[in-house]
Design a protein around this ligand. Structure first.
Ligand SMILES: [Fe+2]
Ligand SMILES: [Fe+2]
Length: 195
């Protein structure tokens, strides 16, 4: 079977493979970093909000869906997951430092770049040490059931602007992101038939 490398916004990718979905989200995250860097003023603020939401939702889905599977089903999975969780914690610290800054602050872009580097190294490690093994260890049914959880999470974070909806929340600080993570966790668990 020929492997299809998913691209951000590639709607031809079927939503039945959790690895395809997560790879697409990694692409969406990369594109949003580009968008934040290129934008200025309110547009930068708005794009940054979308990036924060997507990161929150993506990492929550991985914590609920990917890491537990890797712990259970991949040889050496416990250690792999501990390393990923440490990376996620340090990315979250960089993120909260960044969130305290105005997006037009001269310190914003260097901090954003630090976050981008951390997030991309983390994503590469996931792809190398988790996703490949998930593909090997999970049958089509398992891939689809994991995908259901990730889809439910994704619905909580639109990657494209929704005029009138996003702008109302554009100035909301990280506080609600914790609430978003809670809601995402509930949605993922409900979609996967857990409580
Ligand atoms: Fe992650
Ligand atoms: Fe990831």
């Amino acid at each position: 079977m020929e492997l299809h490398t998913p691209q951000a916004g590639d709607d031809a990718v079927p939503d039945v493979d959790v690895v395809d979905l997560l790879m697409r989200q990694h692409g969406d995250i990369r594109n949003l970093f580009d968008e934040v860097e290129a934008a200025e003023g309110d547009a930068r603020q708005e794009a940054f909000r979308r990036l924060v939401r997507l990161l929150a939702v993506h990492e929550t889905a991985e914590e609920e869906v990917v890491h537990p599977f890797v712990r259970r089903s991949v040889a050496g999975g416990e250690d792999v997951v501990e390393d990923r969780l440490a990376e996620e914690r340090s990315a979250k610290e960089t993120l909260s430092a960044l969130d305290g800054l105005d997006t037009d602050d001269p310190k914003f872009l260097p901090q954003l770049l630090a976050l981008r580097t951390a997030v991309q190294e983390h994503a590469r490690a996931e792809e190398r040490y988790e996703f490949i093994h998930i593909r090997r260890s999970a049958d089509a049914g398992a891939l689809a059931s994991l995908a259901k959880g990730v889809k439910a999470a994704e619905a909580m974070a639109p990657t494209r602007p929704h005029p009138g909806v996003e702008s109302a929340g554009a100035n909301v600080a990280l506080g609600p992101v914790a609430a978003l993570m809670d809601r995402t966790r509930d949605a993922v668990r409900a979609a996967m038939g857990r409580d």
